[in-house]
Ligand binder design. Structure first.
Ligand SMILES: C[S@@+](CC[C@H](N)C(=O)[O-])C[C@H]1O[C@@H](n2cnc3c(N)ncnc32)[C@H](O)[C@@H]1O
Length: 268
């Protein structure tokens, strides 16, 4: 059996009872380590689960997945994923591949940033399409996510912006070499996201009314004891330090429900 197990958002104890029971009885347990992180590291999880974990980076999850699934034909293998295993991640491709190979699968769901974002008081019913904001480089500044933010904004819907994570990314120089070198891990902050958004707003005609003075909500370490939420203009958010990662940014709809307004007030 191949298990996809959600770990929730905070620390080791956010795994479900069902998830923990499976982890304890599996032959092999992998920890997916490139789409999200918990507030605690691998060693703390290993101590809590009472067993060793193997980190599964992007290369393993994308290139070596067939080998893992073949093994799961007659062994129990679990892949642990931070948040929900199917929340804003691309693990459905693994389930499809498992089906093709005739491997049984089971999903154990958990809290995801996709629902926990509601801790800021904006109602989940009023969210439109979620977007991902990628890190820009000197020569690559994609902004296609902005159109989706504007589409949501024009329809009076909030946008959850998930922010880029770079973990074990090969350096550009090493791409053509035999031996890969990797960049230091980095996690986009709401500061960086707001500053990229303001640059796009400056360079684009925007009839919908979204400006640098529009409201934005920054969230960090949702689900952890040091979770932080701030409601500010995009311009203010660009200079605001929301603390250690992970961060998400919400662009609220232009017209809010009175309860949403009241709830957000405490984060201003
Ligand atoms: C690809 S999504 C992973 C989603 C994960 N599987 C889930 O269900 O929550 C990763 C992005 O979600 C956001 N995120 C995840 N956990 C978060 C948290 N605890 N607090 C704030 N943002 C978070 C960050 O923007 C991060 O870069």
């Amino acid at each position: 059996m191949f298990y996809l197990i959600g770990l929730g958002l905070g620390d080791a104890k956010d795994i479900t009872v069902k998830g923990l029971e499976i982890v304890k009885q599996c032959d092999k347990v992998l920890l997916e380590g490139y789409t999200s992180i918990l507030t605690v590291g691998k060693e703390i999880l290993e101590n809590f689960y009472g067993r060793p974990l193997t980190i599964a980076d992007r290369e393993i999850c994308e290139s070596s997945i067939d080998g893992i699934l073949q093994e799961a034909k007659d062994k129990d293998i679990a892949l642990l994923v931070v948040g929900d295993p199917l929340g804003a991640t691309t693990h459905t491709d693994m389930l499809l591949r498992a089906k093709e190979l005739g491997v049984k699968t089971q999903i154990v769901h958990n809290a995801s940033i996709m629902n926990a974002v509601s801790c800021c008081g904006l109602q989940l019913y009023n969210f439109g399409e979620t977007v991902s904001i990628p890190y820009w480089t000197e020569t690559w500044k994609p902004d296609s996510f902005f159109k989706k933010i504007i589409d949501n904004y024009s329809r009076n819907l909030h946008t959850l912006c998930l922010l880029d994570i770079k973990v074990k990314e090969p350096t550009e120089e090493s791409l053509t070499k035999k031996v890969r070198q990797y960049m230091e891990p980095k996690f986009m902050s709401v500061k960086e996201a707001a500053s990229q958004l303001i640059e796009i707003i400056k360079n684009n005609e925007c009839d919908a009314g979204l400006t640098a003075s529009s409201l934005a909500v920054g969230l960090s370490r949702v689900g952890a004891p040091d979770q932080n939420i701030a409601a500010k203009t995009l311009e203010e958010m660009k200079d605001f330090d929301l603390g250690p990662p992970l961060h998400s940014l919400v662009i609220p709809a232009p017209s809010l429900h009175p309860i949403e307004v009241d709830f957000l007030e405490q984060f201003r």
